[in-house]
Design a protein around this ligand. Structure first.
Ligand SMILES: Nc1ncnc2c1ncn2[C@@H]1O[C@H](COP(=O)(O)OP(=O)(O)OP(=O)(O)O)[C@@H](O)[C@H]1O
Ligand SMILES: [Mg+2]
Length: 596
């Protein structure tokens, strides 16, 4: 990750520049708050010295009122500064969050295979939140603390050079000492955070697999793993908490020493007749005031390291370019689309950007797809068969340009796939995948994929056309029924039916159907058959079929075997040829995915 500092700071500037007005206001408020904080002890000194002299009561009352007013105004101004800083912090980072999310969604599938969602969430949310804290608290806190420190020291120097010098040395020593203990603590703390992330990852993965774990009776194993994990985490957490305690004790001791020295210095100056009792008090209060900025500055130095590490990671992510480049020079025609594969060869891993961890070509495993060639005229349906792992889903990914082939070319609607805009391809090609993603949202949103422009009438027209009206009407709240997590669960077949409606709504020119390999119940199966028939009418289609029934509507058949075309031809011809694999499959009448 060689992200230059200039890039990171450029990023900062890009997101902060539009917010200069609130940032300016924030700084001004902060300055006022600190000035008021420094004035407080001065008022108290005058109060004490006046009382000592036996001055008029009205002067005392005025000093007291002034002190109270200053304290109130100081608090109000501080709140204002904190408010402005939150605005600056969140306004800047929310835009960054949005940009990051859009960027990541636009990256290739190969990128996403390498970066699990958990890690990306950490980038988009964790790192950016650290940045938000940095903007909103750090700037205010560090700036404020620095100014307070400088202010206290300057006022002490002005009061008495010995007080100024002594306290300045004390401040430096304390900062250095705090920094040293902090460094030990921070390493242990990082280890604790990492172990928490590990635990989170473990739990997420296991909870996701609850169904499989239960079904296979693996609960005990999982619990044992958890036990081991927790035991090792306990040790790490204990060390971290101990370190935190050391730091706390050290800083408290240092501040106590400082306060005592301030008190002694004040007392000495007073007994020497070099200062009034008010001044002695002032010195003590100022030294006491130092504890906060000293500790704050030390904390913020650590925050700054974290924020800059986060910023570097965010910058690296934003700098990642998709491998699949768009140079659209053509547009897909309307109506059904034809498809041509010519000598297409592909392996996963080929698509890694140059300079990445590319496998040694001599040790590279067989291609996932090799020399695939076929032709699908517009309006026709191609049935693709092949054992599990033979490359069927991969073929479809290439057709959608989720990956680019290593060799050969793909034409869609008469154009080279590389000459088309990705958005054009994905709008005009409708896909029903092997495992349809159902979102935790209403049935309506699941069908429209959150497009609010589509009204209910259009949805019902589609459901009617696909024969799915009843499916939705049977749901407890119809289109408003919440599906997915926390809602009504759908079977694999029902999910595919819903996906058919999704695709139909977009009126694509090519349908890709990667059939669920799980068996469907007869009712869903009948519904799906009807829906697919309606869906395919007047369109081209590539169907990966696991059921023979689905293949009846194919005009031609492609049989894949270990990534190669084992058989390709018109369905009727293959069915009539007693030696063809397809004919054998029909004779056996088996599940299409388990032939031979
Ligand atoms: N994202 C991926 N990264 C690396 N290898 C992959 C990836 N997806 C699939 N493969 C490999 O590519 C080969 C073909 O997989 P593919 O998913 O295309 O098979 P399939 O014919 O669709 O199988 P199924 O009938 O089980 O759906 C397999 O050997 C698989 O291990
Ligand atoms: Mg597949």
């Amino acid at each position: 990750m060689n992200v230059s500092f200039t890039y990171s700071s450029g990023l900062l500037r890009r997101y902060l520049a539009p917010l200069w007005r609130p940032a300016l206001l924030m700084s001004a408020l902060l300055l006022v708050a600190i000035a008021i904080e420094l004035i407080g002890p001065q008022i108290m000194r005058s109060f004490i010295d006046t009382a000592e002299r036996g001055g008029p009561a009205s002067a005392l009352a005025n000093a007291a009122l002034l002190f109270i007013a200053a304290a109130l105004v100081g608090q109000a101004v501080r709140i204002g500064a904190a408010y402005m800083s939150e605005i600056v912090g969140w306004a800047a980072t929310n835009r960054l969050r949005g940009d990051l999310l859009r960027h990541v969604l636009g990256l290739d599938l190969s990128f996403h295979k390498q970066h699990p969602p958990g890690a990306l969430i950490e980038r988009i949310d964790g790192d950016v939140t650290a940045l938000a804290n940095f903007f909103s608290q750090f700037v205010v806190a560090l700036l404020g603390n620095l100014l307070l420190l400088i202010g206290v020291l300057a006022l002490l120097w002005r009061e008495d050079w010995r007080a100024g010098l002594g306290v300045s040395i004390y401040a430096l020593v304390t900062l250095a000492a705090l920094n040293t203990v902090q460094r030990v603590g921070s390493a242990r703390w990082q280890a604790a955070l990492q172990s928490e992330a590990d635990l989170g990852g473990f739990l997420e993965e296991r909870l996701r697999a609850t169904e499989d774990i239960r079904a296979n009776g693996a609960e005990l194993h999982i619990l044992r793993q958890l036990d081991t994990l927790l035991t090792s985490q306990l040790a790490v957490l204990l060390r971290a908490f101990l370190a935190r305690t050391y730091i706390f004790i050290t800083s408290q001791a240092l501040f106590a020493v400082g306060f005592a020295s301030g008190l002694a210095l004040g007392a000495w100056l007073y007994t020497q007749g070099q200062a009034t009792i008010g001044t002695a008090f002032l010195i003590t209060v100022y030294v006491g005031l130092l504890a906060r900025p000293l500790e704050g500055i030390r904390n913020q130095a650590e925050d700054m390291q974290q924020a800059s590490a986060g910023l570097a990671r965010v910058a690296a992510l934003l700098g990642t370019q998709p491998v699949i480049r768009e140079q659209p020079s053509a547009e897909l025609p309307s109506g059904p689309l034809n498809v041509t594969f010519a000598g297409v060869t592909f392996s996963y891993g080929d698509e890694l950007p140059a300079g990445g961890s590319q496998a040694d070509p001599t040790t590279q495993p067989d291609h996932v797809l090799q020399d695939i060639a076929f032709d699908l005229p517009a309006g026709h349906t191609l049935g693709v068969l092949g054992r599990t792992g033979s490359g069927k889903t991969t073929l479809i990914r290439l057709l959608l340009r989720l990956y680019d082939p290593g060799a050969g070319g793909i034409r869609l609607g008469g154009h080279n796939l590389r000459d088309l805009a990705l958005s054009d391809v994905r709008r005009r090609v409708g896909v029903v995948t092997q495992d349809v993603q159902i979102f935790g949202a209403s049935a309506r949103e699941n069908i429209t994929l959150f497009d609010r422009q589509i009204d209910d009438a259009a949805i019902w027209r589609v459901l009617e056309a696909l024969g799915l009206r009843e499916l939705i009407e049977r749901l407890p709240q119809g289109l408003d029924t919440r599906l997915g997590s926390g809602g009504v669960g759908l079977s694999a077949g029902q999910a595919q039916l819903l996906a058919c409606a999704r695709v139909f709504l977009r009126d694509p020119g090519l349908i890709i159907l990667d059939e669920a390999s799980s068996r469907l119940d007869p009712a869903s199966e009948a519904l799906l058959e009807r829906a697919i028939d309606r869906l395919l009418a007047g369109r081209s289609a590539v169907i990966i079929a696991h059921r023979l029934a689905t293949l009846r509507r194919a005009d031609s058949i492609l049989v894949l075997d270990h990534g190669r075309v084992a058989e390709f031809g018109p369905r009727a011809t293959l069915a009539a040829d007693p030696h063809s694999r397809f004919a054998e499959l029909i004779r056996l009448g088996e599940d299409a995915s388990t032939y031979r």
